[in-house]
Write a protein that binds this ligand. Structure first.
Ligand SMILES: NC(=O)c1ccc[n+]([C@@H]2O[C@H](COP(=O)([O-])OP(=O)(O)OC[C@H]3O[C@@H](n4cnc5c(N)ncnc54)[C@H](OP(=O)(O)O)[C@@H]3O)[C@@H](O)[C@H]2O)c1
Length: 372
């Protein structure tokens, strides 16, 4: 799909344009100052205040993006909090439990559970044959207890179905999760990678707070679903928050990728068709032009432009920023507190459409359907 034209409306901007107060240090600590620029925009999910940039913890799981030492992974979570990011997105599949454990350690190290908004997921299983959707009741009950244990908490702020499971009716999954919510183990329910039709089915059975789809400058499939519908418009109209995954297109929009960039065999990006010829050259050409545009027009870096672009789209509540080292979050402050105008949105569309005649999405990341 070619990049088309929706931009932020005045209504969506005014709804989101507010700033979180700086997070104070741990209770009892003498040092009440923070070392970081904590400018941050805020929104609400199911009535809870969250930062509009969320930390993505897939990479710190350490299995799919190369190893990340424990202390670095922990500092990344604490560094996010120090920079005004309270929403941390994680999942059991990230490092097969390790990312959730690291987030749990960060909560304990910080000392105040209420300073975090923890979004985790359910409904994927893995074995030596791969990763499969599994939303059976037994699986979801087990995963909830496992996630609470790893995170070291007695509730999850946002519990998201990671991928739809075609073998389990969505209304049954929604009703089961709603039971978890009524038990107090989960505060709000979300989905991820769900279409508009699947969200309609879910929300008929339980209150739906959010969806988490892939969305970035290069992956805009959600703007035109199977029936031509725009998922962002539907979510805006139904007050369902959107948390975007791969906002930096799995580092392609991070500003460090060149023609020479290579990923190890186990790295998830080694299988990404964007990094293969002939498409890689197209994406590199777009990166060069977008980098120049960000610098000349706004004095910003490529990742700051890419994240700002997502934040300024109608319907987007939170942009997830994947990081595996705390210094990768230094650029966060420069992504908030400004906005792209209509002319800039149009110019970005023009660059992307001209440079990438043959775009491709992140379909290669979808889990398998298990047998029966
Ligand atoms: N629901 C789902 O199905 C789903 C799927 C995918 C992701 N997610 C969620 O969305 C989050 C974000 O997506 P993502 O992790 O796929 O990727 P992403 O945010 O698009 O990209 C993350 C990568 O960009 C690079 N990067 C980050 N900050 C940078 C900076 N300041 N300068 C240069 N490069 C920078 C890093 O890669 P290098 O260190 O290699 O440079 C980092 O690992 C995930 O962590 C996860 O929480 C959800």
């Amino acid at each position: 799909m070619q990049a088309g034209g929706i931009g932020a409306s005045a209504a969506s901007r005014s709804r989101f344009r507010s700033f979180l107060k700086p997070l104070s240090s741990k209770k009892g600590s003498k040092d009440k100052k923070t070392l970081y620029d904590v400018r941050m925009e805020a929104t609400t999910i199911a009535g809870m205040k969250v930062s509009r940039i969320g930390l993505g913890t897939w990479a710190i799981g350490g299995l799919d993006w190369g190893a990340v030492p424990d202390d670095v992974a922990l500092s990344t979570c604490l560094g996010a909090l120090a920079r005004g990011i309270n929403l941390i997105d994680t999942a059991p599949i990230y490092g097969h439990g390790r990312a959730e454990e690291i987030v749990g350690r960060a909560i304990r190290a910080h000392g105040r559970r209420e300073d975090f908004f923890i979004a985790t997921k359910t409904g994927l299983e893995w074995n030596e044959r791969g990763v499969f959707s599994n939303s059976t009741a037994a699986r979801l009950r087990q995963e909830l207890e496992d996630s609470l244990r790893r995170l070291g908490t007695d509730f999850i702020d946002l519990y998201q179905v990671h991928w739809p499971d075609p073998l389990v009716p969505i209304n049954e999954t929604a009703a089961l999760l709603d039971g978890f919510r009524r038990e107090g183990k989960v505060r709000a329910l979300g989905v991820s990678n769900f279409s508009v039709a699947q969200m309609e089915e879910f929300s008929a059975a339980a209150p739906l707070a959010s969806n988490q789809p892939p969305y970035n400058l290069f992956e805009r499939q959600i703007e035109c679903g199977a029936c031509g519908e725009n998922l962002l418009f539907w979510c805006a109209a139904h007050e369902v928050a959107v948390l975007t995954w791969s906002t930096l297109c799995r580092s392609l929009l991070g500003g460090r990728v060149t023609r020479e960039t290579k990923f190890d065999a186990g790295d998830i990006r080694s299988a990404d068709p964007k990094f293969q010829p002939p498409r890689f050259s197209q994406y590199l050409a777009a990166l060069e032009r977008l980098t120049a545009f960000a610098r000349e027009r706004y004095g910003k870096t490529l990742p700051q432009l890419a994240v700002r672009w997502v934040l300024d789209r109608i319907g987007v509540s939170v942009a997830l920023w994947g990081a595996r080292r705390p210094d990768q979050l230094d650029a966060v402050a420069g992504a908030v507190g400004w906005e792209l105008d209509t002319a800039a949105m149009a110019e970005i569309n023009r660059i992307v459409n001209e440079a990438i005649p043959d775009p491709i999405g992140p379909e290669y990341l979808a889990p398998k359907v298990r047998e029966g």
